[in-house]
Write a protein that binds this ligand. Structure first.
Ligand SMILES: Nc1nc2c(ncn2[C@@H]2O[C@H](COP(=O)(O)OP(=O)(O)OP(=O)(O)O)[C@@H](O)[C@H]2O)c(=O)[nH]1
Length: 439
């Protein structure tokens, strides 16, 4: 029986189907002589191939490692309770130094990580050591390859963030796995040439700036480099993606600027307001050929014009994400997320300004930066998007986005509740991305 007063480190191993996770697991099991490892694998298929392979390997090497399986479901959604039960049971029945959880290739890492960080019984016994993402270099380079529209693309519009994983575009899942990882193992490098390899490395460094990045064939890593490294920080987990860091930096700069404005000239005139707070912040051609910039506006987009722009982003844009303020949707905060050829718009929350007054106060008191972000008329409604890619023609893209913003005439013509409810919406009241591909 294990000592429940000590939290056992957990590694969450993510990566797409066939990236090399099982190969890595086998390596960790056979090469970690100094620590006993328990493994929990989750396979969506009927045959739990991973568990079989690992079990075989363990038998061959006569290890004492404990292996548990959860089949026919995804542990980041319908099997979450099962996952919690299984890890608690493992801790009760076996003594081991480290747990590795391998969610199915289509699981999102964040919900799995939350299980170990909340007030759950799993959180009481375990502490996340690191989130490790195994990337298939060939598959990843295919996704970020200019002009390549892969078969997996799904343009989808959801009314909440509970996206059906079975229909999730592969590219966005891969990118989000990287964005959430502490360690990224770029595997199968034997299948790419030098140029592709450099591109994949660069883009991964931009998507997730502070991750430890390793390049491998056949997932050949020293276990000591990825186990027991204590790299996961729950406090910053939601903020570490490259796009979020860029957006936050821009926000901080704007808030600083806003404070200076307030001190130097009291209040800006209403006419100048939009311009004062509109920033297109270009980050210097950061490293190599990768560029990134954020686009912030405090005027809404016209729904069909912005749908057209976002459906036809230049191929140079590898990743873009952020919030959208769209005319006709005064309540919904929309999130746009694009990775390679796939794009999705979903409703991920409400603008605070659309809540009853007393609820607004509660939010505003909790978030000091809102004092500076708050617009007298529109509250927190704003657009904040980040674009990451290779040599993006920033000026041209900003011009296209600006053309999609409602014009003064449109704005005045529809000036009733928030000025904008007259703007057309589709029958479901949702914004639809038009256009078949992201070219
Ligand atoms: N060429 C090449 N093949 C590799 C490499 N790493 C793993 N493979 C092979 O790729 C296939 C898939 O590897 P796995 O380790 O099973 O991948 P996985 O991520 O566990 O796959 P799923 O369980 O389907 O999610 C196997 O046939 C491996 O032998 C590599 O670096 N280069």
């Amino acid at each position: 029986m294990s000592d429940t007063s000590i939290e056992t480190p957990v590694t969450i191993l993510t990566g797409s189907l066939g990236a090399g996770k099982t190969t890595l697991l086998n390596r960790l099991l056979t090469k970690s002589d100094d620590r006993s490892i328990a493994v929990l694998v989750n396979d969506m298929g009927e045959l739990n191939v991973d568990a079989n392979l690992i079990a075989e390997q363990s038998a061959l090497t006569e290890t004492d490692d404990a292996i548990a399986e959860l089949s026919n479901g995804c542990i980041c959604c319908e099997l979450r309770d099962d996952l919690e039960r299984a890890v608690v049971q493992l801790a009760g029945e076996y003594s081991f130094d480290h747990l590795i959880v391998e969610p199915s290739g289509i699981s999102e890492p964040a919900p799995v990580a939350r299980l170990f960080t909340g007030g759950s019984s799993a959180a009481a016994r375990y502490q996340i050591d690191a989130i490790v993402a195994v990337v298939d270099a060939y598959q990843f380079s295919d996704i970020v390859d200019e002009g390549n529209a892969s078969d997996d693309e799904v343009l989808k519009n959801t009314s909440n963030d509970d996206v059906d994983n079975n229909q999730r575009p592969l590219s966005s899942l891969l990118v989000e796995q990287v964005e959430f990882a502490d360690v990224v193992i770029i595997n199968k490098t034997d299948l790419v040439d030098n140029e592709q390899q450099t591109n994949v490395n660069e883009i991964i460094e931009t998507l997730r700036p502070d991750a430890k990045i390793l390049t491998t064939t056949y997932s050949e890593v020293d276990p000591a480099i990825i186990l027991g490294i204590n790299r996961f920080d729950p406090a910053t987990a939601a903020e570490r993606a490259g796009w979020k860091q860029i957006l936050n930096t821009t926000h901080d700069e704007q808030i600083k600027q806003s404070v200076q404005d307030t001190h130097s000239q009291n209040h800006a005139s209403r006419d100048n307001h939009d311009h004062e707070h509109d920033h297109s912040h270009t980050h210097p051609a950061d490293r190599y050929g990768i560029s990134s910039f954020s686009y912030e506006r405090r005027r809404p987009f016209h729904p069909s014009r912005i749908a057209t722009v976002l459906s036809n982003l230049p191929a140079a844009v590898v990743r873009s994400k952020g919030h959208l303020w769209v005319a006709g949707r005064e309540t919904a905060q929309l999130t746009f997320s694009q990775a390679g050829p796939s794009a999705i718009i979903s409703v991920t929350g409400r603008w605070i300004a659309s809540l009853p007054e007393f609820e607004q106060d509660a939010y505003r008191n909790n978030r000091s930066e809102l004092e500076f972000e708050w617009d007298e008329e529109w509250g927190d409604r704003r657009t904040g998007l980040v674009f990451i890619g290779y040599d993006i023609d920033t000026e041209a893209l900003i011009a296209q986005l600006d053309d999609a913003i409602v014009t003064d005439t449109e704005f005045e013509k529809n000036n009733s509740l928030c000025g904008l409810e007259q703007f057309p919406t589709d029958p479901d009241g949702e914004l639809t991305l038009t256009g078949p591909t992201m070219q």
